[in-house]
Design a protein around this ligand. Structure first.
Ligand code: SF4
Length: 231
């Protein structure tokens, strides 16, 4: 299955746009209950307006809320972002720390967010257990656990540490594009031969192919028609 994921998504990556660790931390906070695409529409203006942790700490709340409103839950997110800015200024000299134990103490930063920041901004291997990752590894029988932290540890035991970040990206890509929660595209899936949940969605290629999403669709379908996937 790892080989299939690699063939499907050789260049999988974090789909949030960012330049600095601070940008990334803010983008991940905004991505809660929101698509990365929508976050990426908002962040250019946001990052141009607020460049440092101190800028966020001292932000005019109404202005910040207006900028992030399209991402939903904007009041809570503004509170987290302003709190994040203040905590970074007070405790870390305005810089985003590069350790899990420090990151998880910051407002708006849970373990999932911290792992994204570590993997993307600091190159520290991390497993990001979001809704897609958890759903897929359970569908594949890699674990039966539900708790994201337990899932993270269980998968960490199965996969070499150096591969954690890329695995996370690939699994999340697969969850977004092919293995959907309600109607997975089994008949057009590169992992079909090895997947114990084959049949959870349509199994004919014609029907399943219509469910595949994203810019890699043509590549993903060609892998299947050329004999890599589906049964
Ligand atoms: S075969 Fe179906 S359930 Fe299994 S990974 Fe592919 S889309 Fe998901």
């Amino acid at each position: 299955m790892l080989r299939g994921l690699e063939a499907a998504f050789p260049d999988a990556h974090c789909e949030l746009d960012f330049t600095t660790p601070l940008d990334l931390a803010v983008a991940v906070i905004l991505s809660a209950q929101c698509t990365d695409k929508r976050v990426n529409e908002v962040t250019p203006a946001l990052f141009a307006r607020y460049r440092t942790a101190a800028d966020y700490a001292g932000a005019d709340r109404a202005e910040l809320e207006e900028l992030i409103r399209p991402t939903g839950f904007y009041r809570n997110k503004a509170t987290s972002i302003m709190g994040l800015g203040a905590a970074l200024v007070e405790r870390y000299g305005g810089e985003v720390p590069g350790k899990l134990k420090d990151l998880v103490t910051l407002p708006g930063v849970g373990r999932k967010t911290a792992n994204v920041i570590l993997g993307e901004a600091f190159g520290v291997p991390g497993i990001t257990v979001d809704t897609h990752f958890g759903r897929l590894v359970r569908r594949w029988g890699w674990t039966e656990l539900e708790d994201p932290v337990k899932v993270e540890h269980a998968i960490g035991e199965l996969i070499p540490r150096k591969d954690w970040t890329m695995l996370s990206h690939r699994v999340i890509f697969h969850g977004r594009r092919v293995c959907h929660a309600r109607k997975p595209a089994c008949g057009a899936c590169v992992l079909a031969r090895d997947c114990p949940s084959f049949g959870a969605g349509p199994t004919t290629f014609a029907e399943a192919a219509k469910l595949v999403r994203g810019p890699e669709t043509e590549h993903l379908l060609s892998l299947v028609t050329e004999g890599e996937g589906a049964r």
